[in-house]
Design a protein around this ligand. Structure first.
Ligand code: NAD
Ligand code: MG
Length: 391
């Protein structure tokens, strides 16, 4: 029996993970569930999955969660506050941790799971973007496994010869990340000037949380994924290519020295990647319908439009700058996306905010989590200043 902690259980990835777990009660059990402030949704998940520990990150909601669980006749430990998330990730109640919190808020709990030697299933890409070397060191020190859930990285993981091998020794020439192009593929900058949050969150192929949906629309998501691939697989920036593939059936590819290209295909449903990561190296049913190739539209490929979707170019810029530049990029983007979702920033200005903050805070070496957090705060303050000046 594999005991699983689902961090961010009330989110899109959290829901898909619990769906896969519920299909295999003989193999997996959700022993820890966490959420930020959706106390009602978390209580409902506890009624359904009967975890041993439920954590609500908002410290003011612990008592309400306890009350709801008592009323529902659910006996489980309750904790609240941000520190309780990291403690839960490292606790003996779980062997596997699904890191599915959105944004930099997931950093400490992801690191705690790695340090504790858990089998870490990573969806929270922002934590590896911010703290790539620190996270890999923590995984090595803890002695656990790191398996990507992000569909592109999970696809690459599946196309590599076993685990996360040395790419050069394995004869890998390039990692080819596919991108759907998001809801605004093919549009000009002029056509993007009055985009609303609702339009940006309507992804053609995937149903996801609002932050990653906006990142997909700006192509910042692909930029974060390039940085994620760099750290996860030890791939130089020059060996990572992005190709737009609107059907989202090929989730990514690996090209070898002999020019063989291996691809992983499937319907665009995160449960495939989650089931793969939960069961690896075995395979389990994911609840995803089989791919019917004969019924698929022709598969298309095109280069990304870096002039219109500048966030992708900015992410490559941050990767080349190195050090904590990706953390600065991520923090500025989180602030800008929040402002866009609140109706306080035009869609095209998200890239402007990120570009200005990157220029204001030149890259410094990543020393430890504390200095990284200070840098994250400085980048957020700089982004808010840019926002105030723009309004
Ligand atoms: P979501 O918004 O649907 O869910 C986020 C979860 O995190 C919720 O449970 C929420 O309660 C929790 N959370 C939010 N802020 C928090 C905070 N400050 N402290 C503690 N918990 C907090 O997001 P999602 O779409 O499920 O994405 C989660 C992560 O997975 C993101 O990093 C995203 O980039 C990544 N990811 C998502 C998908 C997808 O299809 N949704 C695919 C690949 C990668
Ligand atoms: Mg992805």
């Amino acid at each position: 029996m594999n005991n699983v902690a689902v961090l961010g259980a009330t989110g899109s990835i959290g829901g898909s993970t619990l769906d896969v777990i519920a299909r295999h009660p003989d193999r997996f059990r959700a022993t820890v569930l966490t959420a930020y402030s959706q106390v009602e949704a978390l209580a409902a998940l506890c009624v359904r999955h009967r975890p041993q520990l439920a954590v609500i990150a908002d410290p003011s909601l612990g008592a309400e969660l306890s009350r709801r669980l008592t009323n529902a006749g659910v006996r489980c430990e309750v904790a609240s506050g941000h520190a309780a998330l990291a403690a839960a990730a490292a606790s003996s109640l779980c062997d596997t941790v699904v890191a599915a919190i959105v944004g930099a808020a997931g950093l400490e709990s992801t690191l705690a799971a790695a340090r504790a030697g858990k089998r870490l299933l990573l969806a929270n890409k922002e934590s590896i973007v911010m703290a790539g070397p620190l996270l890999l060191d923590a995984v090595a020190a803890g002695g656990g496994a790191l398996i990507p859930i992000d569909s592109e990285h999970n696809a690459i993981f599946q196309c590599l010869p076993g685990g996360r091998p040395d790419l050069r020794k394995s004869g890998v020439r390039r990692l080819i990340l596919t991108a759907s192009g998001g809801p605004f593929r093919g549009r000009t900058r002029a056509q993007l000037s009055s985009i609303t949050p609702e339009q940006a969150c309507k992804h053609p192929n995937w149903v996801m949380g609002r932050k990653i949906s906006v990142d997909s629309a700006t192509l910042m998501n692909k930029g974060l994924e390039v940085i994620e691939a760099h750290h996860l697989f030890g791939a130089p920036a020059e060996s990572i290519e992005v190709v737009v593939h609107p059907q989202s059936l090929i989730h990514s590819m690996v090209e070898y020295d002999d020019s063989s290209v291996l691809a992983q295909l499937g319907n665009p449903d995160m449960r495939t990647a989650i089931a793969h990561a939960l069961a690896w190296p075995e395979r389990v049913e994911a609840g995803v319908p089989p791919l019917n190739l004969a019924a698929c539209a022709p598969l298309q490929f095109e280069p990304p439009d870096l002039a219109t979707f500048r966030c992708l170019a900015l992410a490559f810029q941050a990767l080349h700058a190195g050090g904590d530049a990706p953390a600065v990029l991520n923090a500025a983007n989180e602030v800008a996306v929040e402002a866009f979702l609140a109706g306080a920033l035009p869609f095209l200005s998200i890239a402007d905010v990120v570009e200005t903050v990157l220029a204001e805070l030149p890259a410094q070496a990543v020393v430890d989590v504390q200095t990284l957090r200070e840098r994250d705060r400085a980048a957020r303050e700089a982004a808010r200043r840019v926002l105030r000046n723009a309004c």
